[in-house]
Ligand binder design. Structure first.
Ligand code: 87F
Length: 469
């Protein structure tokens, strides 16, 4: 498994629970360092909300909690005694935060109210736990906001979605599609759900990358998030919630890894460059090689490049190459006696294996350019691969054929729930049912008279279909 061999994850003795090792934690932190200032510009404020939620609060939203109830974990005992009232561990924080909103929001001047937190949540998944993708405890960011008008809430939903797209595309080099979920697939408690969807070509499966919901006034009704408007009348707030989790890291791993292990995009990689000395029989030459390695590390470090050397003499260079390749380090620098003579180093790119000799003079500048190029090219390669899997279809037969070829299917659809359920049922077999992924926000043109591929009724929108994680 690449995430254990690549030293991102350590398994625990509880199924679905994992230790995040420094390599993963570093990625998580970099994503946060981009995201936090962006939402703070939007005046979203950081808070910390408690881990536990009472049964009473949780039950307040029981209408849509119903489907999720089997996943809620409970504390029922302390020491030897049973708790009189068991308490739940947050699976998400709506039922913790909205009672506070109800207290904090009185008049229109208290709006908008915007908070976020980075924290852990627990969902007791019963089906195949997968590191990063489906965990019982995971880290996430959740944002919760309340607005005076729907228009204002609508704008924010898409602003956040755009930030999620940038996290994927600019940091993780993973192409995503911005779209809207169908009525069947949306968060049941909300008005509508937007998503960034990624695709894993190797398995032909899609994955919901992050979501931004407009909750409408449903939660405001349940939790009495009300305010007095300018006319002195009581009105319900319009709410949004949005989140991304460590699943992002899992998507990055699945999109870029190859048979040698992880491939890290330079922007998020804890180690961007690994320097390896190629030893020589002559100890004098050896000392010079080691010095050249040290100087290289210092020069790159001074340019803000995250560089490390592996001077261990109990491993061969070949072993070290494989080791750092497994960990996905974007660029390797090898220095041997011939490199010294030629005043150069040998560079090897992790993403495409390209080997180039680079002069020692101005090395740090060259490396900077190379890392930028790796970042760019990883995104473009991933995008080409993803695009090559997209299949536009018009008929049921074309749909079934494309599904068999593990494609990401774009089809004209009538947008009727019954039809979606029917497609799901008809495609249900060992690899799981095919469902709607999203209707892209950028809709391709729909020629007059286009019919739904599944029902033959007039098509209303282009929608992506496929199997998903
Ligand atoms: C599991 C157990 C209980 C998902 C759950 O998407 C409740 C839930 O409400 C639950 N799994 N959800 C939906 C979460 C909605 C929303 N929360 C804030 C997000 C983003 C962050």
């Amino acid at each position: 498994m690449v995430v254990t061999k690549g030293e991102m994850i350590e398994y625990s003795d509880i199924s679905g629970c994992y230790t995040l090792r420094p390599t993963s934690t570093h990625i998580w932190r970099i994503l946060q360092k981009f995201f936090e200032p962006e939402i703070e510009k939007m005046e979203v404020e950081e808070c910390y909300f408690e881990l536990f939620v009472s049964n009473k609060s949780l039950q307040k939203e029981k209408d849509h909690i119903q489907g999720f109830a089997p996943e809620v974990a409970w504390v029922t005992r302390s020491g030897d005694s049973d708790l009189e009232n068991p308490i739940a561990i947050r699976p998400t924080s709506e039922t913790i935060i909205y009672p506070k909103f109800s207290k904090w929001i009185r008049g229109h001047r208290d709006l908008p109210k915007k908070v976020y937190q980075y924290c852990n949540v627990v969902r007791w998944e019963l089906s195949n736990p997968t590191p990063f993708i489906r965990c019982r405890e995971f880290l996430w960011q959740e944002g919760h906001t309340a607005h005076a008008t729907k228009e204002e809430a609508d704008i924010e939903v898409l602003q956040i979605l755009e930030l999620y797209r940038r996290l994927y595309e600019e940091y993780l080099a993973v192409p995503v599609i911005k779209g809207k979920k169908s009525e069947l697939e949306k968060f049941a408690g909300g008005l509508y759900t937007t998503t960034v969807e990624a695709f894993i070509p190797n398995t032909g499966r899609s994955v919901q990358g992050a979501t931004s919901h407009c909750l409408g006034q449903n939660f405001a009704k349940m939790f009495e998030v009300k305010f007095e408007d300018e006319k002195g009348e009581k009105a319900l707030a319009w709410q949004n919630s949005w989140g991304y989790s460590i699943r992002m890291i899992g998507v990055m791993v699945m999109v870029h890894s190859d048979d040698k292990g992880l491939v890290m995009p330079p922007k998020v990689s804890a180690v961007q460059v690994i320097v390896i000395n190629v030893p020589h029989n002559d100890s004098d030459v050896n000392r010079k090689i080691e010095n050249a390695c040290l100087e290289t590390v210092e020069a790159l470090c001074a340019m803000g490049i995250r560089v490390k050397q592996d001077p261990r003499d109990n491993y061969t260079p070949g072993w070290k190459y494989a080791h750092w390749e497994m960990k996905g380090v974007p660029l390797r620098i090898e220095i041997g006696s011939r490199d010294l003579e030629n005043k150069q180093v040998r560079t090897v790119r992790r993403d495409n294996g390209a080997k180039v000799n680079v002069p020692m003079a101005g090395l740090a500048d060259t490396v900077k350019v190379m890392l930028d190029d790796i970042q760019q090219s990883m995104f473009l390669v991933a995008k080409d691969k993803r695009d090559a899997c997209v299949q536009v279809i018009k008929t049921w037969d074309e749909f079934i054929e494309a599904l068999g070829q593990k494609k990401l299917i774009l089809a004209p659809w009538c947008d009727e729930e019954e039809v979606e359920k029917h497609v799901k049922a008809k495609t249900k077999e060992e690899s799981g049912a095919c469902k709607t992924l999203c209707s892209p926000i950028d809709q391709p043109e729909m020629p007059e008279g286009t019919l739904c591929f599944a029902s033959g009724k007039p098509a209303k929108k282009w929608t992506y279909w496929g199997r998903s994680y």
